[in-house]
Design a protein around this ligand. Structure first.
Ligand SMILES: Cc1cc2nc3c(=O)[nH]c(=O)nc-3n(C[C@H](O)[C@H](O)[C@H](O)COP(=O)(O)OP(=O)(O)OC[C@H]3O[C@@H](n4cnc5c(N)ncnc54)[C@H](O)[C@@H]3O)c2cc1C
Length: 311
């Protein structure tokens, strides 16, 4: 980082602190504290906006100062490099975690955890979010990724999404305009930030909903290495294949670099089981991609997002 980049980051940090309060703006915050991989170096600035207007103003400030910025949810689909991120990370957390229900419609903020959202729906006798109960991210991250599991995905339930557009304006967009598809969305392509969403569900018996959620949680526990830090499925499902099966067939179960390895329990997961670095995790991913390409001619695309400086 050169001197002028350094001073613009310092200026942004000082201005955010004076407007939002010291406690909402951290300097050199280790991202290992904010990602489920539990790896990654510091964010130059880690900021907690309290409102959508504050978030928009913070992003505009970064643009003016030419400082890079990034929006973080729970960090459950993210690998941050060991050298950290030389910009501002805006965390969409508890200040964006409101939920309300009207009939069969739920409105929730982007900072709500999917587990809390699924519980809220069950409590109100609404079915359709059972699939989301075991996904450890926020609603915002789930909209960005069109998260899904066990035959359900966000696309099935979301009707409208409130977004902050790159031009700094707020809009409620119909879900149909968001191009939600397998782990992809217009939010990814156009730099939109999800602030809230409306979902339409179906009436259901809370006990039956709970049973379904218990069954899915049991399936997850038995098949997935939940006992180790990870970011879930590391790779997207390639057309016509399963990533985990290809990796297993390539003989890579347990393949290790430093403190990270391919989980022998589920080869679709790279786990940070021995306190590895982000470089270890990325090296396992790259080696797996190369070996699967070499042996089967199939390209494994990363599902997890990488951010910041790795070397
Ligand atoms: C044990 C485990 C199991 C998992 N199982 C599943 C599963 O079954 N299905 C599945 O789909 N995923 C699964 N995941 C991955 C992950 O939980 C999901 O992708 C989740 O939706 C990510 O949400 P997040 O808040 O953690 O996003 P983050 O990791 O914080 O961010 C991911 C991306 O979303 C962007 N983003 C975050 N919030 C917003 C926002 N408000 N507006 C715009 N962009 C935003 C970020 O900039 C980043 O690019 C699993 C992860 C783990 C660790």
């Amino acid at each position: 980082m050169n001197v002028s980049e350094h001073s613009s980051i310092a200026r942004v940090a000082e201005q955010l602190k004076s407007e939002w309060g010291e406690e909402r703006v951290l300097r050199e915050e280790p991202m290992s504290r904010h990602t489920t991989f539990q790896a990654g170096g510091p964010a130059a600035v880690f900021a907690e906006p309290a409102t959508e207007e504050a978030l928009a103003a913070g992003i505009a400030m970064c643009r003016r100062e030419e400082v890079p910025c990034f929006v973080l949810g729970r960090g459950s689909n993210l690998l941050v490099g060991d050298l950290g991120y030389p910009g501002v990370i805006f965390h969409i957390g508890e200040d964006f975690a409101g939920m309300s229900v009207e009939g069969e419609r739920i409105e929730a903020g982007a900072g709500v955890l999917l587990s809390a959202l699924a519980r809220f729906a069950r409590l109100h006798g609404l079915s359709g979010l059972e699939f989301a109960g075991g996904i450890p991210g926020t609603l915002g991250g789930a909209l960005f990724m069109n998260a899904g599991a066990y035959g359900g995905e966000m696309k099935d339930v979301v009707t409208e999404v409130r977004v902050l557009l790159p031009d700094g304006t707020f809009r409620w967009l119909p879900a149909g305009e968001l191009d939600l598809a397998y782990r992809s969305s217009r939010l990814q392509k156009e730099g939109m930030i999800a602030l809230a969403a409306r979902m339409t569900l179906k009436p259901g018996d809370p006990e039956v909903i709970q049973e379904t959620m218990n069954d899915l949680a049991q399936k997850r526990r038995s098949k997935q290495p939940l006992e180790h830090p990870s970011a879930g499925s590391t790779f997207k499902r390639p057309e016509g294949y399963f990533a985990g099966k290809l990796i297993q067939d390539a003989g890579l179960a347990g393949y290790r670099v430093g403190g990270a390895c391919v989980s022998p329990k589920h080869c679709g997961f790279v786990v940070n089981d021995q306190g590895g670095t982000a470089a270890d995790i990325l090296a396992v991913c790259r080696d797996v991609q190369a070996k699967v390409q070499e042996q089967f001619g199939v390209t494994l695309e990363m599902e997890i997002r990488c951010l910041g400086d790795f070397t």
